[in-house]
Design a protein around this ligand. Structure first.
Ligand code: NAD
Length: 442
C-alpha cells in the first residue's frame, strides 16, 4: 500500500521503516528540513538498535523516501499516519498544535479515499477533533483510525515487527480491513489486533503508560521504606515479581522514570481527569513521587560528604533516560546533574550514545568522554544514572585506583555491594542500605 507518515521522529521513522520492510511504499514527511536531509543522505538522526540496517535496505529498494512536502505526500496516499509530537504544555495538558496542523494539511490535500491514522499519543477525544478538522477542509471520503503506538525506545524495531498486540480504534469496517491488512505481516505468529472504538483506543494508551509509570513510582516508594527499615528492595522486588499476578516488569527502583512518554502522558491523564471532574489521585501521586526521585540520590551524595559538595568532581556514567537510546527528553540525569552543579560540583560524563543529545540539554556545563574510565580520574566519586549493559561488570580495582575517593552512587542498583566493597569502594544505591567501608576517609 502507499503510506505517508507525518513526523519522522522515533515513532514515525520506526513505523515507516517497518511498514516499508513488508513491501509497502512509504513516504516520511517532516517539517524539520535538517532531519529530512540527514535521512535523504542515508543516515539516521536518532540512535535506535537495528534501525539503521533496516532503513538502509528499504532506501536501497526504493520502498521508503523522505520529504518536507507533507501536502504533496498526502495526495497519492492510501493511508496517512500522524506521528508528530504531543508535548506537555505548562498546565500538564498535551499540546495538540502539531497534530492539528497535520490534520489540516491532510484535509486540504487528499484527492481520494484514504485512512487517516493517529499514532501519536493524543488525549481522549482527539479522534473527534482531528476527524472534524480533516472534514472541514475536504469532501473526499476518508476514515479515521486511532492506532496508538506501544514501541519502546531501545527495542523499537523488534517491538514493532513482533508486537504483543496492536490496538486499532475504528468505527468503519473498511478501515478495519485496511489496518488488518497492513499489520497482517506482523501477526503471523498468532499475535492479536484488538479492535475497539477510537475513544477507548486513545484511553488505552494513556492507561498503559500511567500503569507502568505507577509501578515504577510504587517501587521507588517501597525502596525508600526498605532502606529505612533495613530491608533490601532487590529481594523484595524478586519476591514481588515472582508472583504471576504482579509480574517482573517495571518494578526496578531507581532515579525515576523519564523519556518522552511517561512524564508527559501521566501529567496529561491527570489533566484529562480533572477536566472531566474525575479525581486521578493514584496517577497524580505517581507523578509527584517521580518528580522528587532524583533528589533521593542527590541527598545521599550530599550526606556522604557531610553536606559539603563545593569543589567536588564527579564522574557520571549514563546520561540518556534509559539504555539503548540517545533520547535525553526528561532524563533523570539532567535533574540530578543540575542539582549537583548548583551545589558547586563539576561533572565528567560518559554515555555510549547520548553525548550529542546531552550537549543540546546540558551544553558545556559538564565534560563528555568517549572512554568509560576517563571521567573517573581524580573524581570524588562515580554516579550511575543509566543502566547501560557495559556498566554492569566493570573493572572495580581499576576504578578504585582512578577515583580520588572510592565511592559509587548507583541510581540503578547495578552491583553486589559486597563485591564493590571488596575493591575498597563505598557503595550507595537505592533501597538497599549503604555499604560503606571507607569511613575513615570521609
Ligand atoms: N518515542 C516513543 O517511544 C513513543 C512511543 C509511543 C508513542 N509515542 C508518541 O508518538 C508521538 C511522536 O513521538 P516521537 O518520540 O516520535 O516524537 P519526535 O519528537 O521524535 O518526532 C516528532 C517529529 O514530528 C515532526 N513534526 C512536527 N510537526 C510536523 C508537521 N506538521 N508535519 C510533519 N512533521 C512534523 C517533528 O519535526 C519531529 O521530527 C508522541 O505523541 C509520543 O507521545 C512515542
Amino acid at each position: 500500500m502507499r503510506i505517508t507518515i507525518a513526523g519522522a521522529g522515533y515513532v514515525g521513522l520506526v513505523a515507516g521503516t517497518c511498514y516499508a520492510s513488508t513491501g509497502n511504499t512509504v513516504v516520511l514527511a517532516d517539517t524539520d528540513a535538517g532531519r529530512i536531509a540527514v535521512l535523504q543522505d542515508g543516515k539516521l538522526p536518532i540512535y535506535e538498535p537495528g534501525l539503521g540496517e533496516l532503513l538502509a535496505e528499504n532506501i536501497r529498494t526504493g520502498r521508503i523516501s523522505f520529504t518536507t512536502d507533507l501536502a504533496g505526500a498526502c495526495r497519492d496516499a492510501e493511508i496517512i499516519g500522524i506521528a508528530v509530537g504531543t508535548p506537555s504544555k505548562s498546565d500538564g495538558s498535551a499540546d495538540l498544535s502539531y497534530v492539528d496542523a497535520v490534520a489540516e494539511t491532510i484535509g486540504k490535500n487528499i484527492k481520494d479515499y484514504c485512512v487517516v491514522v493517529t499514532k501519536s499519543t493524543v488525549p481522549i477525544g482527539t479522534c473527534r477533533r482531528l476527524e472534524q478538522t480533516v472534514r472541514k477542509h475536504t469532501d473526499v471520503p476518508f476514515d479515521y483510525v486511532s492506532n496508538p503506538e506501544f514501541l519502546k525506545e531501545g527495542s523499537a524495531v523488534s517491538d514493532f515487527l513482533s508486537p504483543e498486540r496492536v490496538i486499532i480504534g475504528a468505527t468503519s469496517e473498511r478501515a478495519r480491513k485496511i489496518m488488518a491488512h497492513i499489520y497482517a505481516p506482523f501477526m503471523r505468529q498468532g499475535r492479536r489486533i484488538l479492535f475497539m472504538d477510537p475513544l477507548s483506543a486513545e484511553l488505552t494508551k494513556y492507561a498503559c503508560n500511567a500503569m507502568l509509570a505507577t509501578r515504577i513510582s510504587f517501587m521507588n516508594e517501597i525502596a525508600r521504606l526498605a532502606e529505612t527499615v533495613n530491608a533490601d528492595v532487590q529481594q523484595v522486588r524478586m519476591g514481588m515479581g515472582s508472583d504471576s499476578r504482579i509480574g517482573k516488569s517495571f518494578l526496578f527502583p531507581g532515579l525515576g522514570y523519564g523519556g518522552s512518554c511517561f512524564p508527559k502522558d501521566v501529567k496529561a491523564l491527570v489533566y484529562t481527569g480533572n477536566k472531566h471532574g474525575v479525581n486521578m489521585g493514584v496517577v497524580a501521586a505517581a507523578d509527584t513521587a517521580n518528580e522528587s526521585q532524583p533528589v533521593v540520590l542527590f541527598n545521599k551524595i550530599k550526606k556522604y560528604f557531610n553536606g559539603d559538595l563545593e569543589g567536588k568532581k564527579f564522574a557520571v556514567w549514563g546520561l540518556a533516560f534509559k539504555p539503548k537510546t540517545d533520547d535525553m527528553r526528561e532524563a533523570p540525569s539532567v535533574k540530578l546533574i543540575r542539582s549537583l552543579l548548583a551545589a558547586g560540583v563539576s561533572a565528567a560524563a560518559h554515555d555510549p550514545e547520548a553525548h550529542e543529545t546531552a550537549k543540546a540539554v546540558l551544553g558545556d556545563s559538564i565534560t563528555y568522554h568517549e572512554n568509560v574510565y576517563e571521567p573517573l580520574t581524580d573524581a570524588d566519586g562515580l554516579i550511575i544514572c543509566t543502566e547501560w549493559m557495559e556498566f554492569r561488570t566493570p573493572d572495580f580495582r581499576r576504578m578504585a585506583e582512578l577515583l580520588r575517593r572510592g565511592v559509587i552512587f548507583d541510581g540503578r542498583n547495578l552491583y553486589d555491594p559486597d563485591y564493590v566493597n571488596e575493591a575498597g569502594i563505598d557503595y550507595l544505591c537505592i533501597g538497599r542500605g549503604d555499604a560503606i567501608v571507607n569511613r575513615d576517609r570521609q
